[in-house]
Each structure stands twice: as structure tokens, then as C-alpha cells.
Design a protein around this ligand. Structure first.
Ligand code: TYM
Length: 340
């Protein structure tokens, strides 16, 4: 156990609107389970959010809402360090150093930039292009060893590992930065849209029926599951037959992720039946699990002062670690830093 406690976890969520069950299963649920065994830093990545246009007032509200969601989901701000990225200047400082370490060719391969910039690449912010360098800085400023994320962040994590290795090599400081391990859960790391099992569930999907938000009311959850795409067949008997049916496989992953019941057991329970009973049971599980979180988020959002205190305390604790790393980095790179 002691050995594990020496390891450090960092992860982050963008404050860009309603969080959904993909964010919860792919990331936040894992954060909660890791906080007893690791030194944990959970960040609200507001600097990442502004790589695309944000309304300043809504950004502030969303930042507090992510803090509220962390806590409502079970993150204990006494055990874990909860803070917003922009409150610690060392993230942006280290990102600049990494802008000078990362090769253009590495960034050109990032699929998320291509997806987010779309056809109008010329008009995307340069921040969106160098975004993965800031993400690497978020992780490495705390020398994190483990990073729980959804599958869509895998490529950014690989880049982070490359950056850490190149920095250590270029500056002849072997093992200064650890090479962080992604923690990606096989079945729930890529929750798909409820309307199209080949598309990731996403905040930016124009259809509300594509996702279940953590702030959805119970009747909305029931309606969305009722309308979720399935297939004109009955539940197959075997796992390998289900994996070919992307929408059904996705609903089973969601069911299993929230209930902790093994997928094969669920298939055995519903095999040969049409999907109405399955969907009704799935809605029950979702309502039962999500409602307490929704209620707690709403309650916490009534006390913004309390949320700000948590972020301030997190900032103080995170900053101690971040300052030590950035001072060492400046020294390694050959930059003077005037101490006051
Ligand atoms: P973001 O804000 O898009 O998403 C937050 C987390 O939710 C996961 N996720 C999903 N998991 C499963 N199924 C889905 N449909 C789904 N959609 C989102 C994401 O993988 C992520 O773990 N770049 C990151 C934020 C970030 C970060 C970091 C993460 C910035 N710095 C350092 C880890 C470490 C992002 O945009 O996540």
C-alpha cells in the first residue's frame, strides 16, 4: 500500500458545459476510486477551455460546476487536491518550455485537433493546436505517474510520454520526469452516443438525445433511454455477438458501468428478450445512481463561496508542488529565476 501511495495521479475535465455519463464513467468514477491509494490532483482545466470561444461569465459558472460535480461524485477535497488550472501559473510556464520541446510533426499527428478544428483549420486558435503541450504540462508539473482518462485522450497521453522522454534526454536529466501511465478502463472508456453507436458521446453533439447529462432530471433520463437506438432483434446470447452491435454494446457498457454487474451476466439475464425490459431496468439504475449526484451538484451550486474555498485550498496545496518543479525545470533548462 505504501508503495502505491508514492504514486501520483493527475487528471482534468474541461469546464465547457454539462458533463455527461461518458465523462463520469470514463474519468470521474475512476478518480473517486483512486483517491485512497494515490496522491491525487484533480484539475478543472479552464485554460484548455479557452482554446475555443467561451462566454466569460458562463466559463466561471462552469468551472464551479465541475468542482461541484467532482465533490458530488465522491471526491473528498481533504484527501485529493481540487483546483482550477489557471490559478497555478506554473502550468502555462511549463507548457511554454514544452512548446520548445515538442516537434511540429508530433502535433500534426494529433487527431483531436483535426476533429475539433474541422474543415476550417486556418481559423482555429493556435492554442487549440498546442493544447497537448499544456496537457503534458498539467501532468508533468506534478510528476504524475498515473492518469485516469477516457479513450479519446490516449493519443495525448502518448505525446506526454514522448515529451517527458525527450526532455529527460535533451537536458541529460534521466528520470527527472516520470513516464506517466494512462489508466483507461476497457469497456467504459469510450461511451458512445445514444443515437449512433459509432460516435462518441459528446457535449458538443447538437442532439440532447445523444447523451445523458449528470444534471438531467429523472424523467429526461427515462425518455432518453426509451428513445436510445437499439436494433430490431432480441438480445443475443453471446458476448462476441453483442460486440458487433455497437448501440446495444454501448447500452450494456453503460448498464455494467453503473451497476458493476458483469456484461456477460447482463446478457444472460436479458437474452432472447426484446429491449423494453432491459431499457426500463437500465433507466432505473441510471436514475438511482445519478439522482443523488444531481441533487448534490445543485445544492453545492447554491454555495459558491464554499466551492471557491475548496479551489483556493487546492491552489495552495498544488502550488507548493508545482513551484518546486518549475524552479527545477528553469534551472535545468538554463533560465535564471529571481527569487524574492
Ligand atoms: P474532456 O473535458 O473532454 O473530458 C473529461 C474526461 O472525460 C473523458 N470522456 C469520456 N470518457 C468516456 N466516454 C466518453 N464519451 C467520454 N467523453 C469524454 C475524457 O477522456 C476525459 O478523461 N484534454 C482533456 C482534459 C485534460 C486532461 C489534462 C486530462 C487537460 N489536461 C491532463 C488528463 C490529464 C479533455 O479535453 O477532457
Amino acid at each position: 500500500m505504501n508503495e502505491i501511495k508514492n504514486n501520483t495521479v493527475l487528471s482534468g475535465v474541461q469546464p465547457t458545459g454539462d458533463l455527461h455519463i461518458g465523462n463520469y464513467l470514463g474519468a470521474i468514477k475512476n478518480f473517486v476510486s483512486m483517491q485512497n491509494n494515490y496522491n491525487c490532483f484533480f484539475c478543472i482545466v479552464d485554460l484548455h477551455a479557452i482554446t475555443v470561444k467561451q462566454d466569460p461569465q458562463i466559463l466561471k459558472k462552469n468551472t464551479l460546476e465541475v468542482a461541484a460535480t467532482y465533490i458530488a461524485s465522491g471526491i473528498d477535497p481533504k484527501k485529493s487536491i481540487v483546483f482550477n488550472q489557471s490559478s497555478i501559473s506554473a502550468h502555462a510556464e511549463l507548457a511554454w518550455i514544452f512548446n520548445c520541446v515538442t516537434r511540429m510533426g508530433w502535433l500534426n499527428r494529433m487527431t483531436q485537433f483535426k476533429d475539433k478544428a474541422g474543415k476550417d483549420k486556418e481559423n482555429a486558435s493556435s492554442g487549440l493546436f498546442i493544447y497537448p503541450n499544456l496537457m503534458a504540462a498539467d501532468i508533468l508539473i506534478y510528476k504524475a505517474t498515473h492518469v485516469p482518462v477516457g479513450d479519446d485522450q490516449k493519443q495525448h497521453l502518448e505525446l506526454t510520454r514522448d515529451i517527458a522522454q525527450k526532455f529527460n534526454r535533451d537536458f541529460n536529466c534521466e528520470s527527472f520526469f516520470p513516464i506517466p501511465e494512462p489508466i483507461i478502463d476497457k469497456d467504459i472508456s469510450r461511451i458512445m452516443s445514444l443515437k449512433n453507436g459509432d460516435q462518441k458521446m459528446s457535449k458538443s453533439d447538437p442532439s440532447e438525445y445523444s447523451r445523458i447529462n449528470l444534471l438531467d432530471e429523472s424523467d429526461e433520463i427515462i425518455k432518453k433511454i426509451k428513445k436510445a437506438k437499439t436494433a430490431d432483434i432480441v438480445m443475443p446470447e453471446k458476448l462476441q455477438d453483442v460486440t458487433k452491435l455497437s448501440e446495444i454494446n454501448n447500452l450494456l457498457n453503460i448498464y455494467s458501468g453503473f451497476s458493476e454487474i458483469d456484461k456477460q451476466k447482463l446478457i444472460t439475464k436479458y437474452k432472447g428478450q426484446n429491449f423494453s425490459v432491459f431499457k426500463s431496468d437500465l433507466s432505473d439504475i441510471l436514475v438511482e445512481q445519478i439522482k443523488p449526484i444531481t441533487t448534490e451538484i445543485k445544492k453545492l451550486m447554491q454555495d459558491k463561496g464554499y466551492l471557491q474555498e475548496i479551489l483556493q485550498d487546492g491552489r495552495n496545496r498544488a502550488n507548493e508542488v508545482a513551484q518546486k518543479t518549475i524552479n527545477d525545470v528553469y534551472d535545468i533548462v538554463g533560465l535564471f529565476r529571481n527569487e524574492t
